[in-house]
Design a protein around this ligand. Structure first.
Ligand code: SF4
Ligand code: SF4
Length: 202
């Protein structure tokens, strides 16, 4: 049984890591009605159209692929995260992989409702997309409004980005600005609170 199934992971399918998955020409037409091929037009002849499908994938049920043993888009079989590679190399035991996946799931499930509320999102958006919306929103807030942002949510946001980059996809380190922004917002909020506490005694 694969590590993905044993750990009941699914972070590369449920929107935790990515907001979409690329499709190859050979995947088209996609026969499964749950995977709808979307087209992103290129900017010119040297930049051809790309096909992709959105995440969370509708076939990721209870953190497992519902069609694991059937024909899937090529990316589904080709994709390997750092955890898979490290486990195959004997660097991460199954028990440690399960514990890591469990911890990230706890974070994911705690973050999602907070981010949906914070960003006023209703559709089942990818967690990574919710994170982007939350950061965009924080960027437009003034210091007073930022001080009201839940420090628990910000800590979870920062920790999530670090765990995903460290254990699943190091390309996400290019996006640690999301964690940096969360930490900056927390710093600004605590400065503002400290200032408010000092003011009565001035
Ligand atoms: S993120 Fe890694 S361990 Fe999790 S389902 Fe995807 S490939 Fe498997
Ligand atoms: S078809 Fe299966 S492996 Fe592919 S994205 Fe959906 S849930 Fe993941």
């Amino acid at each position: 049984m694969s590590l993905c199934i044993e750990c009941a992971c699914g972070f590369c399918c449920d929107g935790t890591l990515y907001s979409h998955a690329p499709l190859k020409d050979t995947d088209l037409p996609v026969r499964n009605e749950s995977i709808v091929a979307l087209e992103r037009s290129g900017s010119g002849p040297s930049d051809p159209s790309e096909y992709y499908f959105d995440q969370p994938c509708k076939l990721c049920l209870n953190d497992r692929c519902a069609i694991h043993d059937q024909t899937r888009p090529a990316i589904c079989g080709d994709y390997t995260c750092k955890l898979l590679v490290n486990h195959a190399a004997g660097k991460v035991s199954l028990a440690d992989a399960k514990a890591l996946v469990h911890n990230v799931k706890v974070l994911r499930d705690r973050l999602r409702p907070q981010l949906e509320e914070f960003t006023d999102s209703e559709a089942p958006l990818a967690l990574v997309e919710l994170t982007r919306l939350a950061v965009n929103r924080m960027e437009t807030m003034d210091a007073a409004a930022r001080s009201s942002v839940s420090s628990g949510m910000l800590l979870d946001l920062a920790l999530m980005r670090i765990l995903l980059a460290k254990h699943f996809d190091s390309r996400l380190t290019r996006h640690t600005y999301l964690a940096d922004k969360a930490m900056q917002t927390m710093d600004a909020a605590s400065d503002s609170q400290a200032q408010q506490q000092e003011e009565p005694g001035k």
